[in-house]
Design a protein around this ligand. Structure first.
Ligand SMILES: Nc1ncnc2c1ncn2[C@@H]1O[C@H](COP(=O)(O)OP(=O)(O)O)[C@@H](O)[C@H]1O
Ligand SMILES: [Mg+2]
Length: 264
C-alpha cells in the first residue's frame, strides 16, 4: 500500500458562523497528482490553507505524512512545512527582489547553506523551469507565465516531497497554461513529488489528475479517477464539466467576491 502523504479526517471550518468547509475526508497518497476542483467560492483555497496549516480546522484532523498538524506546536509545524512547497495563486513573488533572490528566499530562511551552494541550487531550479537567462530580471520585467515558473522554482527550492498549487493555470492563456501543467507533471513523474492542485479549470483536471475531488459549498460531492469523473452521472459534476448555468449549482452566488481576489 502506498504511503499517505496528506489525510483529512472530518475537517470542518466556519467563518462568521458560516460553514465554509463541511466534514471533508480524503487521503492523498505518495506520488499521486490529486486535483481539487470546484466553482469559485466553493472553498478550494480554504481547504488548501487547512491542509498546509495556515488555518486550523474547527473540527477534524489534518495529517501530513502521518503527523497531525492540527495539534503540533509552531516549531514542529514549521518543520513539517519545510517538507512541502506551495505555489500561490498570484505567484506571490517579492517585486523588489530579482528572480534569483526570490528563489533563494526559502533557502536563506530555512537553511544555513553556504552562499555558493545556494547559488548553485537556485541555478538548478531555474534551469528546470527554463528560466536561467532571466535570473537577474525583476518580476515586473517578465510575463505572467514566467512569474508562475519562478514561483514554482521557489516552491521546489527545498526539495519538497509534496507541492500544493492554488489555481496554477488561472489567468494564463491555454498554451502557457499547458506549459505549467506539463511542468507540474514533470515534477510529479521525474522527481516523484506528490501534487495537490486546486483548480476550476476542467481541462487541467483531465490532463494532470491521477484522482480528482469535486467540492461544492465546502463538501466533497465526488471523488475518483478522470475516467470516473468523465462518466459520472453526479449532477454537480455534469454541470461543472459542461459549464452549464442549469443544474444544482446555483448560478447567482453572492459570495464570488473579495476573497477570490485576495486568496493566497
Ligand atoms: N478568512 C475568511 N473570512 C471570511 N470568509 C472567508 C474567509 N476565507 C474564505 N471565506 C469565504 O469562504 C468561501 C470560500 O472561499 P475560498 O476557499 O476562497 O473559495 P475558492 O478558492 O473555491 O474560490 C467564500 O464564500 C469566501 O468568501
Ligand atoms: Mg481560490
Amino acid at each position: 500500500m502506498k504511503k499517505e502523504m496528506v489525510s483529512l479526517v472530518g475537517v470542518s471550518k466556519s467563518f462568521d458562523g458560516r460553514k465554509i468547509i463541511n466534514n471533508v475526508s480524503f487521503d492523498i497518497v505518495q506520488g499521486e497528482t490529486f486535483v481539487i476542483m470546484g466553482c469559485s467560492g466553493s472553498g478550494k483555497s480554504t481547504l488548501l490553507r487547512l491542509m498546509t496549516g495556515i488555518l486550523k480546522p474547527d473540527e477534524g484532523r489534518v495529517f501530513i505524512k502521518g503527523k497531525d498538524i492540527t495539534t503540533v506546536g509552531p516549531e514542529e509545524l514549521d518543520e513539517v512545512r519545510k517538507s512541502f512547497g506551495m505555489l500561490f495563486q498570484y505567484s506571490a513573488l517579492l517585486d523588489s527582489l530579482t528572480v534569483n533572490e526570490n528563489v533563494a528566499l526559502p533557502l536563506k530562511e530555512h537553511t544555513k547553506l553556504d552562499e555558493n551552494i545556494v547559488r548553485i541550487i537556485v541555478k538548478m531550479k531555474l534551469s528546470l523551469m527554463g528560466l536561467r537567462e532571466f535570473q537577474n530580471h525583476y518580476p515586473a520585467q517578465i510575463s505572467g507565465g514566467m512569474r508562475k515558473r519562478v514561483g514554482l522554482a521557489r516552491a521546489i527550492a527545498l526539495d519538497p516531497d509534496i507541492v500544493f498549487y492554488d489555481e496554477p493555470t488561472s489567468g494564463l492563456d491555454p498554451v502557457v497554461g499547458g506549459v505549467i501543467n506539463r511542468l507540474i507533471m514533470d515534477l510529479s513523474k521525474k522527481l516523484f513529488i506528490t501534487s495537490v492542485v486546486v483548480t476550476h479549470d476542467m481541462s487541467s483536471v483531465f490532463r494532470i489528475a491521477d484522482r480528482a475531488a469535486m467540492i461544492h459549498k465546502g463538501s466533497v460531492v465526488e471523488i475518483g479517477t478522470p475516467q470516473q469523473i468523465k462518466t459520472s452521472d453526479n449532477p454537480y459534476l455534469r454541470q461543472f464539466i459542461n459549464g452549464s448555468p442549469n443544474g444544482p449549482i446555483d448560478f447567482f452566488r453572492e459570495d464570488l467576491g473579495i476573497f477570490e481576489e485576495l486568496s493566497l
